[in-house]
Design a protein around this ligand. Structure first.
Ligand SMILES: [Zn+2]
Ligand SMILES: [Zn+2]
Length: 135
């Protein structure tokens, strides 16, 4: 079991879990680019039941490619994007790994939505690349 802990930039929202990540992946979709303000999002899928959250994130209801909801949670004070919950992936919370206290264990295995990756982005490693969603 890994100890997963992190929080937003201002520290008002914190989270922790004793859990094994279900997967770690890179998402190049436009909505993740917008939500993170960066070129891509790096997310770790954590069993929702294992996660303890303190503070009160605000949630924006985004829509994924499937048409299903993607609930993006962020700190209302500092704006850090913390989590995303995909209706298509019940029971799993996607934690934005940039908010981890110790991201040294993060090793993405997949890249998704490579079709909308910014043209200069070339990530190393042996990640499986998908043009859009997996499958
Ligand atoms: Zn904050
Ligand atoms: Zn995305």
């Amino acid at each position: 079991m890994a100890t997963i802990a992190g929080g937003c930039l201002c520290g008002k929202i914190r989270y922790s879990a004793e859990a094994e990540p279900v997967f770690v992946g890179v998402c190049h979709c436009h909505n993740c680019q917008r939500a993170t303000g960066g070129a891509f999002a790096v997310v770790a899928g954590i069993p929702e039941a294992a996660l303890t959250i303190t503070g009160a994130p605000k949630t924006f209801r985004d829509t994924g490619e499937s048409g299903k909801a993607m609930l993006r949670s962020f700190c209302p004070d500092c704006g850090s994007t913390l989590f995303a919950a995909a209706e298509a992936m019940p029971g799993v919370l996607l934690v934005m790994t940039g908010t981890l206290d110790d991201p040294s264990w993060v090793k993405p295995g997949v890249e998704i939505f490579c079709d909308s990756a910014q043209p200069w982005v070339a990530l190393g490693g042996e990640m499986q690349r998908f043009p859009r969603m997996i499958g």
